[in-house]
Design a protein around this ligand. Structure first.
Ligand SMILES: [Zn+2]
Length: 402
């Protein structure tokens, strides 16, 4: 049987989004996007469209892992690998994954309310929306949105949820449609389905929605970002909002435990910690400068005793900051050539520098050393940094050996 001969699949969710079980006759086996799929004479499965993901569930024993539709409105129930398609002509029991559908209803209803709240509070129209698996977004035609506006919009939605208003979904005739205060114009001209969220928001939509606003439970704005000249608001509703807030609250409580304080005191605790870290880093810098001064003087004295302009040193466990402090002091001396290395994490952190009057090309020297020994590094003629394998014998390498 040709799929193209199928009329658009009648959608049982139009009348009742809470209907999760239904009987239908298999009319065709037709792959969708290369995946095995089944077409029915009617369906309560919502196919992915209008920014809402498709339903999952079962058709008899077969597992439906996705629902899609084509341009002519035929619904394809995409089967999971290993699921045997029920025979054409057979009557099957369709069962929709309740948690997923219930969440999509809350997200879609929450999205309508948030879109309206953004119009009311910020005169920001929704350009597009997407109800994703982990986060939902609204793209708004607005230059920016401040925290106070977001809070007002969220509170407005919360008040509509609390008011437990009925959500009506129906197909008005042309005259009724023309008289409705639609938030946005419909994308289709015939069979326009309208969703009226308790008189708060009226807009065309073919998705699945809650029967009452209280079923949304909670709607929470997660954040805003600028996106392609618009503002993208991310939000969650229903169980997903609760789960996300629970996870965030858990993280905050856990942080509080680390600081031995309550969740509300984490911020001042972090600020104190940052201030302490800054002080510690400054003291460390002072100590390092004094250390570098002493070591540099000692090294220069020894090099002078040996009649050499070359300073070679291998440290153990010092970071690049120590090498820089030391290199900076040493390379202030005219004619000096400085080769510093520190062994840490199984590698050699190295710094090569020269004093005024020296003709050593530090960058070229280190680049060649890295190429020969399998490390990386380079820099300017007067100063270079890099990493060499820990197996390199630093003094032999500097002396010109392997
Ligand atoms: Zn909707």
């Amino acid at each position: 049987m040709s799929v193209n001969a199928n009329p658009a699949t009648p959608r049982l969710y139009f009348d009742d989004a809470a209907r999760l079980d239904f009987d239908a006759v298999v009319t065709a086996h037709a792959p969708f996007g290369g995946r095995p799929a089944v077409v029915l004479d009617r369906s309560a499965f919502y196919p992915e469209s209008g920014g809402q993901l498709g339903d999952t569930g079962r058709l008899g024993d077969a597992v439906v892992e996705d629902t899609q539709c084509d341009d002519s409105g035929v619904v394809f129930h995409v089967l999971a690998a290993g699921s045997e398609a029920p025979a054409v002509g057979q009557t099957v029991r369709g069962a929709i994954d309740r948690a997923r559908r219930r969440l999509h209803m809350a997200l879609h209803t929450g999205q309508h309310m948030l879109s309206r709240a953004m119009v009311d509070e910020a005169r920001a129209e929704t350009v597009s929306s997407r109800l994703g698996a982990t986060v939902c977004t609204l793209d708004l035609d607005a230059p920016s949105l401040d925290e106070a506006t977001l809070l007002r919009a969220e509170r407005l939605v919360a008040s509509v949820i609390e008011d437990d208003l009925p959500v009506r979904q129906w197909f008005p005739d042309a005259d009724e449609l023309a008289a409705l205060p639609l938030r946005r114009r419909p994308k289709v001209s015939e069979n326009v389905r309208v969703v009226d969220v308790g008189g708060f928001d009226v807009s065309p939509c073919g998705g699945t929605h809650c029967a009452r606003t209280s079923q949304v439970g909670t709607m929470h704005i997660l954040g805003v970002e600028r996106y392609k000249g618009k503002v993208r608001v991310s939000f969650l509703a229903g169980r997903s909002a609760l789960d996300e807030l629970r996870a965030r609250s858990g993280s905050l409580v856990e942080l509080g435990r680390m600081f031995t304080c309550g969740p509300h005191d984490v911020r001042p605790a972090v600020e104190r910690l940052r201030a302490e870290l800054k002080t510690a880093q400054e003291s460390l810098g002072d100590v390092r400068a004094r250390w570098a001064e002493r070591v540099a003087d000692d090294l220069i004295r020894r090099a002078a005793d040996e009649g050499s302009s070359r300073v070679v040193l291998l440290l153990d466990g010092e970071g690049i900051d120590a090498l820089r402090a030391l290199g900076g002091r040493l390379s202030a001396r005219p004619g000096v050539e400085v080769f510093l290395a520190s062994r840490s994490d199984g590698a050699l952190q190295v710094l090569v520098a020269r004093g005024p009057g020296s003709t050593l090309d530090c960058g070229a020297w280190l680049k060649a050393a890295a190429a020969a020994h399998g490390g990386r590094g380079g820099g300017r003629p007067d100063r270079a940094e890099g990493r060499l394998p820990g197996t390199v014998d630093w003094s032999t390498l500097v002396a010109g050996g392997a």
